[in-house]
Design a protein around this ligand. Sequence first.
Ligand SMILES: C[S@@+](CC[C@H](N)C(=O)[O-])C[C@H]1O[C@@H](n2cnc3c(N)ncnc32)[C@H](O)[C@@H]1O
Length: 274
Amino acid sequence: MPTPRKVPLPTARTADRHDLYQRAVQSPEAEIDFVDSRFKAIRGRRASTLREDFCGTGYTSCEWVRRRAANRAFGLDLDQPTIDWGLAHNAAGLTDEQRARLHLMNADVRTPPREARGVDIALAMNFSYWIFKTRDDLRGYFSVVRRSLAPDGVFFLDLYAGYEAMKVTQERRRIAGGFTYVWDQHAYNPVSADMECRIHFEFRDGTRLRNAFTYHWRLWTMPEVRELLLEAGFKNVVTYCEGENGNGGGDGRFRAASRCPADAGIIAYLSAAK
Ligand SMILES: C[S@@+](CC[C@H](N)C(=O)[O-])C[C@H]1O[C@@H](n2cnc3c(N)ncnc32)[C@H](O)[C@@H]1O
């Protein structure tokens, strides 16, 4: 048997920040498992159209079109170079037939193009909607999402909370493939709840990719987001909290909950039915 060729470890010079981000942050298979099964449970049918707001590289949209032959995905993002990266790296791994059902569009999530309306599922993941910093702006975005869903559409979004959410701190996580992901809660203003978060990457050879991504967000709390969804006209807003694995970590399974433990860091999903 031939000896497998060793893949060289990434360094700051060779690594690609989108590839690092996808490997460290995103789990499109688990995310699609979750929204697909929740939609079925809520509506009693399978969803076929999905819009990924703030899609970046469209990683999740690619997973959606891979799932079922009837599935179509629309990804919206304002950053053309990031969309282009997704087309070159993620969409390139699809068959021609799957790629024909994928539409990554340069568009503002507040004005979704006509083709991307009437969808079964809309997603706003990895807290991207926190760029909207006032109640009016966030409610306005939620209203646009609601109007752009199919009559029985469902909106899914995530958020993080817990008593360390507003702490100025850094969290390091080693990622398979030879690099470390650094989540940098760089600044937080208790008066406005404005926060600045950054992502850095560190490599085994000692090199670092500082400020690979920077976010200027408002740290919204769960009740605020729930209230604004209801004010925007959504019904039946459900929170899903992660179960515990017995070692102080999460078990990766999200269940509907009206309360969850007051932990340091909490990741939750919300579903909001039209
Ligand atoms: C945190 S990244 C999300 C990446 C990926 N979808 C994820 O879930 O990890 C946020 C993305 O939102 C995009 N973005 C910011 N404001 C936007 C807007 N108003 N409309 C569409 N995309 C926007 C940025 O260009 C960026 O690619």
